[in-house]
Design a protein around this ligand. Structure first.
Ligand code: CIR
Length: 257
């Protein structure tokens, strides 16, 4: 929950060629860059120092840095993204992690893991089984997490086709609380957490980022902001329209540590 740094990478000129299941139109690069700059300023206003990597046009989805690694105070693991077109993004992140974590674990073939499927919630880490994170990748990650003293819990999102990754429908708010979509709220693995359930119409806002004293939320969801305020949080709303078109949300634009 307490972070001091974040890795970010702006969208490249090839951004519109990235993967998406959405039908929301072609993203505007200038607007995406503006929204990215606002996102970076928001992280800085929460006290984070940014490690800003240059845009990488070889990888249209490379601004979604979260999918390339799992970072914990005790260790870091490079992932092996589920989409072929994204595998090469991992090498580009390795060097920026090596300073903080001289030893980097990594998911190996045939395992696949996207960071967007991994939700740390204190000593529990939820691992989403999804079209991007397979059982072998989840097993490798779970073993590594157990070695670090964490409790991995598997949550399948197969069959919930409104979300790409587990964290598209789940966020850790701290304080024993999860922000969660209706379809996942009754999952037995969440039973010992307090659940703040977002309305189905507010699904996109189920992906939020607790950063120190603030919670970053997607702009345009006043009901979710009100739910958060009622619990004593201080939401900071950010316009994410161009990233939503590419199936991305707030958490995926940074690796926080
Ligand atoms: C993809 O489909 O891989 C990208 N267009 C979006 C990735 C979003 N990442 C995330 O939610 N962690």
């Amino acid at each position: 929950m307490q972070f001091t740094r974040a890795i970010v990478r702006p969208p490249p000129a090839s951004f519109a060629d990235g993967l998406t299941r959405m039908d929301l139109g072609v993203p505007s690069l200038p607007l995406a860059l503006e929204q990215h700059a606002a996102y970076c300023r928001a992280l800085q206003s929460c006290g984070l120092t940014l490690i800003a990597l240059p845009a990488d046009p070889a990888y249209p989805d490379s601004c979604f840095v979260e999918d390339t690694a799992v970072l914990l105070p005790e260790g870091a693991m490079l992932t092996r993204p589920g989409a072929d077109s994204r595998r090469g993004e991992v090498e580009g992140i390795r060097a920026s992690l090596a300073n903080a974590w001289p030893v980097l674990a990594r998911i190996t073939e045939p395992g696949t893991v996207d960071g967007g499927d991994i939700c740390e919630a204190g000593r529990v880490v939820f691992i989403g089984l999804s079209p991007r994170t397979n059982a072998e990748g989840a097993a490798q990650l779970a073993q590594w997490l157990r070695g670090l003293g964490y409790e991995p819990r598997l949550v399948s999102i197969h069959g919930i086709d409104t979300i790409l990754h587990l964290k598209s429908g789940l966020s850790w708010l701290g304080d024993g609380r999860l922000l969660v979509m209706g379809a996942l709220a009754g999952h037995p693995e969440f039973a010992d957490f307090e659940r703040v359930v977002v309305d189905d119409d507010d699904l996109y806002a189920a992906n939020a980022v607790r950063v120190n004293d603030r919670v970053l939320v997607a702009a345009g969801f006043p009901r979710v902001e009100a739910q958060l305020r009622a619990l004593g949080y201080s939401p900071l709303a950010l316009d994410m329209s161009e990233y939503e078109k590419m199936d991305g949300a707030l958490t995926c634009l940074s690796l926080r540590f």
